[in-house]
Write a protein that binds this ligand. Structure first.
Ligand SMILES: Cc1ncc(COP(=O)(O)O)c(C=O)c1O
Length: 378
């Protein structure tokens, strides 16, 4: 019997038991400080460096381009602030539907008068208007383009290759927040040149509090966090050895089983779309949520016309053991329409629910969720 269904995988994921094994093993055996020169330290250092090599290989980068961080937010800050401080960026082009890790950083830089900020136009479904992006790039020099690969609330995918080409054509730097896509979609930084790419392990069954920033070797930036000489002087502080080992293991698993997981999760998403359309004919899918090519397969964001007690929908689903979200995790808990949904919607009389899936979900769980929704809508 189903008691709990976790469909909030865009917020965070359950740690893979195989990741837990390597992390606990590492916790037990490897307590040496990686900066120490004795054998204990050298063992920890070796683990960090082999993790770095493994990760770099998976995205076709060089190990020297990978810098471990505490996760996505820090990596976004490190990239954007570094680009402004050290790479001559004077103008930042972003969109109004970026993650707060990017939006609040660029707004802060603008307030400090360090940059001029431009928001690229969005089409109706939240799609980036590429001709407006090109116009902005033509009219402004020394630009950093910061656009996310997949939107964490609605799943819209960026045509990353086209944006990469546009940035190269106009000599702009390209920072892509790939937190929702890395280890879910293949990425090759040689085929899709970009300057900064961001990863957070807890979005693909790795531990929380660890991630990395890829910095293209042609860019030189200085640290965000000053301290010791860790991470080639780029991030002071004793490394989170267990987290880094867990991140590498989670990435390894995700990359080796990517197409298997993709097919399984996409099947769940399509099943849910069909069932929801049948249950609620007036349902709408936010952004490109219902598209297979323009949306990330792990995310399904829907709008349901208001009904009695619809403001308690997430709460009532939770009583049935179902975890999903009304927007991003960062904005849940506030009744305000999220900044992403408000960019898309005129109609405020809708309840927005984001279901996000992972390899552990099953068709039975989807049926259970739809059955409970039917009960709550009656
Ligand atoms: C697109 C995106 N960027 C950045 C972050 C922040 O990552 P972290 O939680 O590792 O700081 C998240 C997390 O929700 C995200 O979805």
């Amino acid at each position: 019997m189903i008691e709990k269904v976790y469909l909030d995988n865009a917020a965070t994921t359950r740690v893979d038991p195989n990741v837990v094994v390597v992390m606990t093993d590492c916790l037990r055996k490897n307590y040496g400080n990686p900066s120490s020169i004795h054998s204990f330290g050298r063992k920890s250092r070796a683990l960090i460096e082999s993790s770095r090599r493994k990760i770099a290989k998976l995205i076709n980068a060089s190990p020297s381009e990978i810098f471990f961080t505490s996760g996505g937010t820090e990596a976004d800050n490190m990239a954007i602030r570094g680009a402004v401080r050290d790479a001559g960026v004077k103008n930042i082009i972003t969109s109004k539907i970026e993650h707060p890790a990017v939006l609040n950083t660029v707004v802060n830089l603008e307030k400090q008068k360090k940059i001029s900020l431009f928001y690229v136009k969005l089409k109706e479904s939240g799609e980036i208007d590429l001709s407006d992006l090109e116009l902005l790039l033509k009219t402004h020099k020394n630009c950093l383009v910061s656009l996310m690969h997949a939107n964490n609330e609605i799943g819209n995918l960026l045509p990353i290759d086209t944006v990469s080409q546009l940035c190269m054509k106009h000599n702009a730097l390209f920072h892509c927040d790939t937190v929702q896509t890395i280890a879910h979609l293949p990425i090759d930084v040689q085929k899709t040149p970009l300057d900064f790419l961001v990863c957070s392990a807890h979005k693909f069954h790795g531990p929380k509090g660890v991630g990395f920033l890829y910095v293209n070797k042609k860019i030189n930036i200085t640290p965000l966090i000053h301290g010791g000489s860790q991470e080639k002087n780029m991030r002071g502080g004793t490394e989170y050895v267990y987290g880094i080992v867990g991140l590498a293991k989670a990435m390894d698993i995700a990359f080796s089983k990517m197409s298997l997981h993709h097919d399984h999760i996409l099947k769940l998403k399509k099943h849910m779309i069909l069932k929801l359309k049948h249950l609620i004919p007036e349902i709408t899918f936010n952004g490109f949520s219902s598209s297979t090519s323009k949306s990330l397969y792990t995310v399904l964001s829907v709008s349901i016309p208001e009904f009695e007690n619809s403001d308690l929908l997430l709460f009532n689903l939770d009583l049935f053991g179902i975890a999903c979200s009304g927007g991003s995790a960062c904005s849940s808990g506030s009744s305000k329409l999220s900044h992403v949904i408000s960019e898309l919607h005129e109609n405020k009389n809708q309840v927005v629910v984001r279901f996000s899936f992972c390899k552990y979900n099953t068709l039975k769980e989807i049926d259970y969720v739809v059955e409970k929704l039917r009960y709550l809508l009656d």
